[in-house]
Each structure stands twice: as structure tokens, then as C-alpha cells.
Design a protein around this ligand. Structure first.
Ligand SMILES: *Cc1c(COP(=O)(O)O)cnc(C)c1O
Length: 385
């Protein structure tokens, strides 16, 4: 009665268990960084406890302070959180009408002489036109006479390509998140990759100075979390967990943001642990398989639902479908109809950031498309199964 296919599920198999227990593996973090940056075709990688920590570190090492950083209005709230907590000012850009990503014309208009960085997010695995973005940046850099950093937010878009080239090859750095809700994961964790030796060295030294090495206790905690995740995502257990969730009994555990607060989790500045790097390395080996499965599964959903009242956007080559997202009018009805069939649909981003209490003061205009998306998106489980 409780059996339920979860809206997301980390891919933990026997090889991940082996990785967890492989405590004699040497230089796990360095190896993970090297393998990861090679996979996504950059020279250098630096692992952090979270993707947002990596973003924060980038803004710090580039010396941004009270500067304007452009990001989408429709994105994960941890992104503007990192901008504000690093002492900078988020400037939001609405989505394009036909895309979940930023409108490129609006992006260009949002750039002022105070802009020092632009975060180009490829949401749900859909690539933005990185070539046009670079052209715009080049011309405004000339106009304003200073560098404007471009960060690819690839947390959803591992391996996404524009015109056959990885989006992570463009700009000054790319950030990735790898918690259990992402395409591949390292239990918790995030990565920054870059081709700039200078940025790489600055990040390594920032991490040495500003993060806390916690050792055994933390590894043990991560181990326990890994086991708990394996149990919780069993489809029978998950049905029960979801039942508790719907009663509201789990709010304190499952909410990853608060409407009225700009904050980081307690462990945001801890040094990543080796157990996480070991799992990350193993997941990276499975990456090609996992992403193919995800893309195929998304395409199947899209095919299956083509006559129904759902709108899929951004159906372009190079998408890696971290999520299979559609717009519907009556979201609750869809969630309920599928839940009865034993399938949990997700609501991946149910807010438009400038409309959240904590960000009201940064709302200088309307972001009507983001607002509409925040009320209408659902996602179909497309994890490999
Ligand atoms: C998950 C995510 C990040 C980074 O996430 P962390 O939880 O900090 O690792 C960044 N951008 C987007 C769009 C995300 O979904």
C-alpha cells in the first residue's frame, strides 16, 4: 500500500559500497578533482563541501565585494545565498518565454558598470547559448573597461553541450553540486573546475585557510547518512516516509530553504571528506551510463505525455535532463493522480527568488515568467531504474 517510486533517487550500487569501505585509497580528493576536471574538459578542479561553498570561494578569491553579480530569478536559492553571504549584490534576470533559462536580451540589459560576474545557469540540464553569452560579455568588458567573470552553474547540467561543446568549457569557471539530488553525487559535495591556474591556486589556498578539517567524526556521520539514504529510498520504505512527509511530520528534515532567511548550512565551511571523494570517483565512472539512462527516460516521458495538457520546453540537442520538467495548470491534481499510481512527481523549484521574503529588497521589477514557472512546474522521475 505504501510502495512509491520516488521523485529522485541516488544511484547507489555495489561499487559505491566498495568505495565507501575502501579506506586505504590514497589521495582520494586530489584524484577526484583531477578525474572530474578531465571528464568535463577543464585543467583544474577543486572539491568543496557544497557547490555553493565553491561559488562563494570564487567570488572571494576574485576579490568581489559589494559588487553586482547577475543570476537567474528562477534558480536554486543557494546561488543568491552565496552571492549575498559573500558580501555582494544579486541582480536577477527573468526567464525567456520559451525556456527555463535566462532571457539573453534581458541578461544583456541587466549588465551595468557595477557588474563583476554573471552566473550562467543551465537549469534542468538545458544548455544556454554560451557562445552568445561570451560575445555579450566581451563587448561590455570593452565598454566598461574591466573584467566581468562568467561562471557556468552546471549543478543541473553535468555534460550539457551547446553546439556540440561542453558548456563547462566556456567562461572563467564552472560550479557543480553533488548532493544526493544531483546527477552524480559524492554524498555531499561540490566542485569548481577552471582552466585558470591562478584561480585554481587561489581556490586551493582559500580552502586551506577558510575550511575546517573535521576528521573521523565527520566521516562517520557521512557513512551513517549514506546508509540512511540507502534505506530511505527503498520504494517500500520511501512510501512510508512520504506518508509521514505528507502529514507534515518531516518538515524540519526535508525543507532545504526558508522563505525569510539568507543562510548557509552549518557544515558549509568544512573541508570535504575522503569518503565523499571516494563515492564521487566511483559515481564519475558510472556517469556515461547514468546520463544516457536519464536522457532516454526523459524522452520517454515526453513522448508518452505529448497529447496531454503538459508543456515541455527547451527540447534541444545537448540537454542532459537532470530533471524531466513540464508546466501544468493544476499542479496538485497531477501530483495526486500520479501518487495514487505509485509514482511521486516532484516540484523542483517552487519559488521565484525575487518573490521570496528574504529577497524582496532586490526586486526592482517584475519577473512574471519566473513567477509563472514557480507555480506550474512538475517533474517526472527520470533517474535510472
Ligand atoms: C544544487 C544546486 C547548486 C549547488 O548546490 P549545493 O547544494 O550547494 O551543492 C547550485 N546551483 C543549482 C541550480 C543547484 O540546483
Amino acid at each position: 500500500m505504501f510502495k512509491l517510486i520516488p521523485r529522485l533517487k541516488p544511484n547507489y550500487t555495489f561499487s559505491d559500497w566498495l568505495a565507501v569501505f575502501n579506506i586505504f585509497q590514497k589521495k582520494s580528493i586530489e584524484c577526484y578533482e583531477k578525474e572530474f576536471s578531465e571528464k568535463f574538459e577543464n585543467e583544474y578542479g577543486v572539491m568543496f563541501q557544497h557547490g555553493r561553498t565553491g561559488l562563494y570561494a570564487l567570488l572571494k578569491v576574485w576579490g568581489l565585494d559589494k559588487d553586482e553579480v547577475i543570476c537567474p530569478a528562477y534558480t536554486c536559492v543557494v546561488v543568491p545565498n552565496a552571492i549575498v553571504l559573500s558580501g555582494n549584490v544579486p541582480v536577477f534576470v527573468d526567464c525567456a518565454k520559451d525556456s527555463f533559462n535566462m532571457d539573453i536580451d534581458l541578461l544583456e540589459k541587466a549588465i551595468t558598470e557595477k557588474t563583476r560576474a554573471v552566473i550562467v545557469t543551465h537549469i534542468f540540464g538545458y544548455p544556454m547559448d554560451v557562445i552568445q553569452v561570451q560575445d555579450i560579455i566581451k563587448s561590455v568588458e570593452k565598454k566598461h573597461g574591466h573584467k566581468i567573470y562568467v561562471i557556468q552553474d552546471a549543478a543541473h547540467s553535468y555534460g550539457a553541450k551547446w553546439n556540440g561543446e561542453l558548456v563547462s568549457k566556456f567562461g572563467d569557471a564552472s560550479i557543480f553540486g553533488s548532493n544526493i539530488s544531483k546527477v552524480i553525487n559524492s554524498i555531499f559535495g561540490g566542485m569548481v573546475i577552471t582552466n585558470s591556474k591562478e584561480t585554481f591556486e587561489a581556490l586551493i589556498s582559500w580552502r586551506d585557510k577558510n575550511t575546517i578539517k573535521v576528521g573521523m567524526i565527520k566521516s562517520l556521520k557521512r557513512f551513517v547518512y549514506f546508509i540512511a539514504v540507502n534505506i530511505a529510498f527503498n520504494s517500500f520504505v520511501y512510501g512510508f516516509v512520504n506518508w509521514l512527509e505528507r502529514l507534515g511530520a518531516l518538515d524540519q528534515f526535508v525543507k532545504y530553504f526558508e522563505e525569510d532567511k539568507i543562510y548557509f548550512p552549518n557544515d558549509w565551511d568544512s573541508f570535504p571528506s575522503k569518503i565523499e571523494a571516494r563515492v564521487g570517483r566511483n559515481q564519475l565512472k558510472k556517469y556515461d551510463y547514468l546520463i544516457t539512462q536519464r536522457v532516454n527516460s526523459a524522452k520517454k516521458w515526453i513522448q508518452e505525455l505529448q497529447d496531454k495538457d503538459v508543456i515541455f520546453k527547451d527540447d534541444i540537442d545537448g540537454s542532459t535532463y537532470s530533471h524531466c520538467v513540464a508546466l501544468v495548470e493544476d499542479r496538485d491534481k497531477w501530483l495526486e493522480a500520479y501518487r495514487i499510481k505509485g509514482i511521486q512527481l516532484g516540484i523542483i523549484i517552487e519559488y521565484a527568488i525575487p518573490y521570496m521574503k528574504a529577497y524582496e529588497k532586490y526586486r526592482t521589477k517584475d519577473f512574471s515568467i519566473s513567477l509563472e514557472y514557480s507555480k506550474k512546474t512538475i517533474n517526472f522521475p527520470n533517474w535510472p531504474r
